[in-house]
Design a protein around this ligand. Structure first.
Ligand SMILES: Nc1ncnc2c1ncn2[C@@H]1O[C@H](COP(=O)(O)OP(=O)(O)OP(=O)(O)O)[C@@H](O)[C@H]1O
Length: 352
């Protein structure tokens, strides 16, 4: 089964409800077969953007182009888009097979073709043995697989997914995550995915649009967002635990600090996994006190407090685990250092 994807181009998308501006000029585009995630905290406008792309709501301004065609004013049913939501809304009285085939039946696809399509998708999604069951006889993960199968069978070249995994437990989320990603690559369908879970976004996407209060804060590959967060917001949002941010006064620099940076305006960022302990005369260092230690399985998360009272975290995999109350020094390299301006919230490009 091949389902070539389409390109999507979103230009200056705006949405206001009354006097409330929910989207304030968002731009992004995806190549055919791409996987783009809208990521951000609750209320930042992710679902709104998805509803505008689908045609469920009308834009206040801006354009939506699919394969270069302006569909902004087209009704939802003329955009050829599939959707998967958090609530998979299967019909309880129908079997799995009937649920998957429903859309095809509505579109008056002939019975033999329907049966063939359902069989193909059921095999793809490993649902074959479950086709005669009712939704109530399925686990949450199986139900979500049926919901995905229902969209796939309709062979839409663009599929929008709004937090489709948030009702599932952690293990299933990880499993279905990789299934969705594999389907995206195998079928070549274009996917726009909405989530507030940054690890989901990083693990699945080709491109992440990190949103903050109705704007795109940063757009890039998962690696670009992780390696070079463009703003303090992005630094705090991406990574578990997120990047440590310390005032310059807490940090010892072992050679000359850049002269053109205003120290009082500087926040120095370093990821918990980039810190070394014991400090090995690295290029930057901070003295701190251990406030608590958390066991995470593969690492210990050592919670620290800087002299100025900023909390930060060391991700530690060594043998001599520091203990609560210890005074320790952690170090890191220039290459692992991120600089931000407190005033503008923006990244300062080069290391000190
Ligand atoms: N129909 C509506 N009328 C008025 N305000 C709305 C409407 N729909 C959404 N909003 C507001 O728009 C803002 C963005 O909502 P949206 O659902 O897009 O956020 P989100 O990022 O998807 O959040 P969540 O992750 O919580 O779903 C919210 O402040 C919400 O209250």
């Amino acid at each position: 089964m091949t389902q070539a994807g389409v390109s999507l181009d979103v230009q200056n998308l705006r949405k206001s409800w009354g006097k409330t501006d929910v989207l304030m000029g968002v731009n992004f585009n995806i190549e055919p077969g791409g996987f783009l995630t809208l990521l951000g905290p609750s209320g930042c406008g992710k679902s709104t953007a998805l509803r505008l792309i689908s045609g469920l709501d009308e834009v206040s301004d801006g354009k939506i182009l699919i394969e270069g065609n302006d569909v902004t004013q087209r009704p939802a049913d003329q955009r050829n888009i599939g959707m998967v939501f958090q609530n998979y809304a299967l019909f309880p009285h129908m079997t799995v097979g009937e649920n998957i085939a429903y859309g095809l039946k509505v579109r008056r696809v002939a019975k033999a073709a329907r049966i063939a399509s359902v069989a193909r998708v059921a095999e793809l999604m490993a649902l074959g043995p479950l086709l005669d069951r009712k939704p109530a006889q399925l686990s949450g993960g199986q139900q979500q697989r049926v919901a995905l199968a229902r969209v796939l069978v309709s062979e839409r070249p663009l599929v929008l997914m709004d937090e489709p995994l948030s009702n599932l437990d952690a293990k299933l989320r990880v499993e279905i995550r990789s299934e969705i990603r594999a389907l995206n690559k195998k079928l070549g369908i274009t996917i726009v995915y909405v989530t507030h879970d940054q690890s989901e976004a990083l693990s699945m996407s080709d491109t992440v649009v990190l949103m903050n209060e109705g704007r795109a804060e940063q757009i890039g590959t998962p690696k670009q967002l992780y390696d070079a967060p463009a703003t303090i917001f992005a630094a705090r949002f991406i990574g578990t635990p997120p990047m440590n941010l310390l005032p310059a006064s807490d940090v010892t620099v072992h050679d000359e600090m850049r002269a053109d940076a205003d120290m009082s305006d500087l926040l120095i960022g370093v990821r918990p996994e980039s810190l070394t302990f014991p400090e090995q005369t690295m290029e930057l260092a901070a003295n701190c006190n251990v406030t608590s230690v958390e066991y995470e399985g593969s690492v210990f998360l050592v919670h620290l407090m800087s002299p100025s009272g900023s909390p930060f975290i060391l991700s530690y995999a060594g043998a001599d685990v520091p203990e609560q109350g210890d005074a320790i020094t952690v170090g890191w390299t220039r290459a692992a250092t991120h600089l931000f301006s407190k005033t503008t919230g923006q990244r300062i490009p080069s290391a000190p």
